[in-house]
Design a protein around this ligand. Structure first.
Ligand SMILES: [Mg+2]
Length: 242
């Protein structure tokens, strides 16, 4: 990589589990779903089948709470061989309404650090999922005005990042992506010769996990928390005094 100072035209952020908590909402709902189906099957089997249904349905419904809800209903019908009752399906629907109504909970220091970064950099959000859901979360986060650009995409891969860079006329070497998913925020960005900063989050959805064979030798940056970012970016861009 060398130690040449970098220049960033755009500093981009992932949203879920980078700016605000998201995965714990799903984990909590999975617990409720497991309880609902407890009379029918073992926990292990319920989890396994729900995950398989979710992955199978990603191509049909995309990411987000609504697709997840349909996957829970489909799993419930399959695992009960059609014996699930209307009122139980209503409970599943209520789980998802609760998820969508839960206030957006920012990660520690995000409320202070993002405005600080916005004074120095042009900020972008790149998030994948349901348009309505992600727009609503961004609006409720209180951060929307700090991001000059918002990109809500259905998948985060080299192709979608390449398309975003092209549309905004950003040279890859002048772009940095910050996020908690090696699979969605880091590796595809590096493949375009852009820069990436990884921030670990407490839980990673199974689907977002990657093996070490994919990350070995990948030259991404890493900080422990969002609060380390101003100093880290200053160091990368050589704008540290002294
Ligand atoms: Mg994320």
């Amino acid at each position: 990589m060398g130690n040449e100072p970098l220049q960033f035209d755009v500093v981009a952020f992932d949203a879920d589990d980078t700016l605000w908590h998201n995965e714990p909402l799903f984990t909590t709902t999975e617990n409720k779903f497991r309880k609902l189906l407890e009379p029918y099957h073992s926990q292990f089997w319920i989890d396994k089948r729900l995950y398989e249904t979710e992955i199978k349905n990603l191509a049909v419904f995309g990411y987000g709470v609504k697709g997840f809800t349909l996957s829970m209903i489909e799993t419930a019908i399959e695992l009960t061989e059609g014996r699930i009752q209307g009122n139980e399906i209503q409970r599943i629907i209520n789980f998802s309404k609760e998820m969508l109504k839960t206030p957006v909970q920012l990660l520690p220091d995000v409320a202070e650090i993002i405005p600080e970064l916005a004074r120095q950099h042009t900020l972008m959000v790149i998030t994948k999922g349901d348009l309505f859901e992600q727009e609503s979360k961004l609006a409720r986060s209180g951060l929307a005005d700090l991001f000059k650009f918002v990109e809500i995409v259905s998948e985060k891969n080299a192709e979608t990042y390449g398309e975003i860079l092209k549309r905004h006329r950003i040279a890859p070497e002048r772009f940095v992506m910050i996020g908690n998913s090696l699979k969605s925020d880091i590796l595809p960005v590096l493949s375009l010769n852009a820069h990436a900063i990884y921030i670990h989050y407490e839980t990673t959805w199974q689907h977002e996990q990657v093996g070490s064979e994919e990350t070995d030798g990948a030259s991404y940056h890493r900080v422990d928390t969002v609060s380390d970012l101003p100093e880290y970016l200053n160091r990368l861009t050589g704008s540290v005094a002294g």
